[in-house]
Design a protein around this ligand. Structure first.
Ligand SMILES: [Ca+2]
Length: 338
């Protein structure tokens, strides 16, 4: 009798465990993909290429729905380069756009090997040059107006030019709302690779200081900042360039730049920001809430910790080597076969 009671108990436990497992599994399966707009300067540094590879890897596993890939950079090779990557990963129809406001920022790669020329020369894309692309501001307004309220994550890994233009925009054919109202209604959060914490000068902030100031002061939703110091530790790309694949624009970019001067790998500033925008910061990072401030005309930023602040900054939690290995696995992702 005792034995049969024990068996019944074990059986009940097994059923309950199985029930719990399938519940959590089905939760993971039914988790909705993040609706994401990527805003990139793809060019001065090549970590944007790794970030876009990771973006497409997570799209292939159904974790993100890429609404647009927009350029914040006027350099003529940026939009063709974005399209090369979208096309390589079997998503040639993702909307692209570029800033039309004055004066804008135009910066090409600082590498001697112009990988930004090499990619469009070798791989298919539709748009010949960045200035031929549609207005990024119009793309933002159109796409946001079509999305459910509070559903869109924007990830910026370049300058704040487009986002400033969006905040400053008025009603148009897509929506009667001002840009700020449209963002407040449609955007869930902004994730940004920008700033150096607790204080310093960082590229994405100082390249367009007026735009950076407007966005950090007026953006109506939460902003998560992935600072310079977060992506600066533990290099990535060494395994990527050793992959046994041919005709990959991702591998080509890293191989070209490594040959020139980064033999130990490259910082993963932008890659981290895109990862957090899609996966969330838990369990990879801690956060501190506060207020990001642009404190001078040179683009120096400061940080004021404050439990009620609208901004969050990432703080290291998981060992950086583990995060780097995880990110590089995604960066090595190959296009899914169609
Ligand atoms: Ca970038």
């Amino acid at each position: 009798m005792k034995k049969s009671l024990l068996l019944m108990g074990l059986f009940a436990l097994l059923i309950s465990c199985k029930g719990n497992m399938s519940k959590s599994e089905s939760l993971a399966e039914t988790r909705k993909p993040v609706n994401l707009i990527l805003d990139t300067d793809l060019g001065p540094d090549y970590d944007d290429v790794g970030a876009m590879a990771l973006l497409h890897a997570l799209a292939d596993s159904g974790q993100v729905n890429i609404l647009a890939t927009l350029s914040s950079n006027l350099d003529e090779r940026v939009v063709p380069g974005i399209e090369v990557l979208n096309t390589y990963f079997n998503r040639p129809d993702i909307p692209v756009g570029a800033p039309k406001s004055e004066p804008g920022v135009s910066l090409t790669t600082w590498h001697k090997v112009k990988w930004t020329d090499e990619l469009p020369a070798k791989y298919p894309h539709r748009t010949a040059k960045t200035s031929d692309a549609p207005d990024a501001l119009k793309m933002y307004r159109k796409i946001l107006s079509e999305q459910p309220d509070n559903s869109v994550v924007i990830c910026t890994i370049g300058f704040f030019t487009n986002l400033r233009d969006l905040l400053r925009s008025g009603a148009d054919e897509y929506r009667e709302l001002s840009g700020k109202e449209l963002v407040a209604r449609k955007v869930k959060r902004l994730v940004s690779m920008a700033g150096l914490f607790p204080e310093g000068k960082e590229f994405n902030v100082y390249c367009d200081v007026p735009a950076s100031k407007v966005v950090v002061e007026e953006w109506p939703t939460e902003i998560i900042f992935s600072g310079f110091e977060i992506g600066n530790v533990v290099l990535t790309g060494k395994r990527l360039v050793q992959m046994n694949v041919e005709n990959s624009p991702v591998k080509d970019t890293y191989a070209l730049c490594f040959a020139e001067g980064d033999p130990d790998g490259r910082m993963r500033w932008d890659v981290t920001a895109v990862f957090v925008a899609i996966k969330g910061y838990e369990p990879y990072y801690d956060v501190e809430r506060g207020t990001f401030k642009v404190i001078d005309e040179e683009g120096t930023n400061g940080w004021e910790a404050n439990p009620n602040g609208r901004h969050l900054r990432l703080i290291e939690k998981m060992p950086p080597t583990e995060v780097a290995a995880l990110l590089e696995n995604y960066m090595m992702h190959q296009p899914s076969k169609k």
